[in-house]
Ligand binder design. Sequence first.
Ligand SMILES: *[C@@H]1O[C@H](CO)[C@@H](O)[C@H](O)[C@H]1NC(C)=O
Ligand SMILES: *[C@@H]1O[C@H](CO)[C@@H](O)[C@H](O)[C@H]1NC(C)=O
Ligand SMILES: *[C@@H]1O[C@H](CO)[C@@H](O)[C@H](O)[C@H]1NC(C)=O
Ligand SMILES: *[C@@H]1O[C@H](CO)[C@@H](O)[C@H](O)[C@H]1NC(C)=O
Ligand SMILES: *[C@@H]1O[C@H](CO)[C@@H](O)[C@H](O)[C@H]1NC(C)=O
Ligand SMILES: *[C@@H]1O[C@H](CO)[C@@H](O)[C@H](O)[C@H]1NC(C)=O
Length: 296
Amino acid sequence: MFEGVPFPVICLVVFLHQGIRGEDVRTVTGYLGESVDLRADADPSWNLNEISWSIYENDTSIAISQSNKKNVDRFYLFTGRLELNTTSGDLTIKNLSFIHALKYTVELIGKGPSQRRTRYFDLSVQVRLIKPSIRLRHSILDSGYCVISLGCVSTNNTVSLSWESKPGFNEPFWSGQQGQAGESVLWTAFTPNRVVTFTCIAVGGSQRELREKNVTCQEPEPQGNNTQPGPTVLICERLRIGICFTFLLFIVIGFNVALVIIYKNQGGGNEPDDSTPAQENVQLDASASLTNTNSL
Ligand SMILES: *[C@@H]1O[C@H](CO)[C@@H](O)[C@H](O)[C@H]1NC(C)=O
Ligand SMILES: *[C@@H]1O[C@H](CO)[C@@H](O)[C@H](O)[C@H]1NC(C)=O
Ligand SMILES: *[C@@H]1O[C@H](CO)[C@@H](O)[C@H](O)[C@H]1NC(C)=O
Ligand SMILES: *[C@@H]1O[C@H](CO)[C@@H](O)[C@H](O)[C@H]1NC(C)=O
Ligand SMILES: *[C@@H]1O[C@H](CO)[C@@H](O)[C@H](O)[C@H]1NC(C)=O
Ligand SMILES: *[C@@H]1O[C@H](CO)[C@@H](O)[C@H](O)[C@H]1NC(C)=O
């Protein structure tokens, strides 16, 4: 019968067969206030005659279907919360609460001979981690570089936050540990006129949530070509004042000087500003970002 079948293949078949026969417990995670499906995974070829769901620890029956007559309101803890699929045997528990974190068992009985199967489930209920949020702290065009700072926070301050850039972004970025305010700050500088995506990753327990942010700086259109005049060019042309550009230049220089002063103050830690704690913990993350880029 097994002529021509290599020995390792026979072993594998025997092993899998035993694995299916030996009843295992399925660990399922549900989230507070949400729904969870406990999948009975009935063999689709079976014509189910009886489905019986119960709390495993003490055999309390919670949902039953016999000859297509359903009763899913058998136990007060689950009143109005259960849906039973009589084809698949799957049970849905809606609006989960911590009291539903129990062990469950389902017994499936088909119409055919020896169509009988029991499955076990261990349901844990967790609070869902909320996506972190990202704010743009600074975005300036300085000496031909787009200088960006982003801050990421989570509503749950026990989660840890980290940053990643998308593959293809080869410039370094610096990211800080979470400060007292729980904000993780990122600094970077890159060539303008392109969109760069940063991802903030929140990890709490076994959960992980991401938030992306696209950042960019637009370099003003070069002067002397009227084919695509930028807004500055248009304003200046309308005003027809020669000194308009000079005036704007002074504003830009003044703005940069002001920013440099602000940065220096933050670095000195004199400001009771929210950015201060993050500044203290800023560390070089350039190598990390390069490693990420290479591995992807
Ligand atoms: C079975 O366990 C559930 C959940 O712990 C509990 O609410 C219920 O009272 C128990 N039933 C019996 C008969 O002990
Ligand atoms: C019941 O399960 C079957 C098989 O998985 C599926 O095709 C069907 O859509 C389900 N019915 C409902 C009401 O969810
Ligand atoms: C969900 O269950 C909680 C109690 O666990 C209840 O206060 C709330 O009203 C329920 N929500 C819905 C939409 O049924
Ligand atoms: C915050 O996260 C921790 C770990 O993931 C979790 O145990 C806790 O319930 C969460 N708290 C809130 C309010 O989400
Ligand atoms: C960022 O830009 C990409 C395309 O460049 C787009 O697919 C994505 O949806 C954008 N993400 C956000 C958060 O705006
Ligand atoms: C402006 O653009 C046109 C093509 O759109 C080009 O022929 C011309 O040389 C450009 N002038 C300058 C000063 O760059």
